[in-house]
Design a protein around this ligand. Structure first.
Ligand SMILES: [Zn+2]
Length: 97
C-alpha cells in the first residue's frame, strides 16, 4: 500500500511567495504587512508538498488515490506530529512567519 510522503520544498513556488511576502512587508511598511503577511502564510503552506511513495508524484494531501499511478493510500496524514522524530519542519515554518 502506498503512502503520502510529506516534504518541504524550499525551491518551489512556496518559497517565491514567501519571498514576495517579505519584500512587501519591508518596502511597503506598514501597509505592506496587510499583503505581505498572508503571502508569508500561503507561501509556508505551499512549501509543503505531498508525494506519492510509489511514483514520487505530487498528490493532494487529502487524496486517497494517487492521480499518477493510481496507488491507494493508507491512513491519511494525521495532524499529530510523529513522536521522536528530530525533524523540526513546523518549527522552521513558525520561525519564518
Ligand atoms: Zn503514485
Amino acid at each position: 500500500m502506498a503512502n503520502i510522503i510529506k516534504k518541504s520544498e524550499f525551491a518551489g513556488a512556496g518559497m517565491f511567495i514567501q519571498l514576495l511576502g517579505v519584500v512587501f512587508c519591508v518596502i511597503a511598511f506598514p501597509y505592506g504587512l496587510i499583503l505581505g503577511l498572508p503571502l508569508l502564510i500561503v507561501g509556508g503552506l505551499k512549501a509543503n508538498v505531498h508525494l506519492c511513495s510509489d511514483c514520487r508524484g505530487k498528490v493532494d494531501k487529502k487524496a486517497t488515490v494517487c492521480p499518477h499511478c493510481r496507488a491507494r493510500f493508507g491512513e491519511p496524514d494525521l495532524p499529530t506530529a510523529p513522536k521522536g522524530s528530530g525533524r523540526s519542519d513546523s518549527n522552521l515554518r513558525d520561525a519564518l512567519r
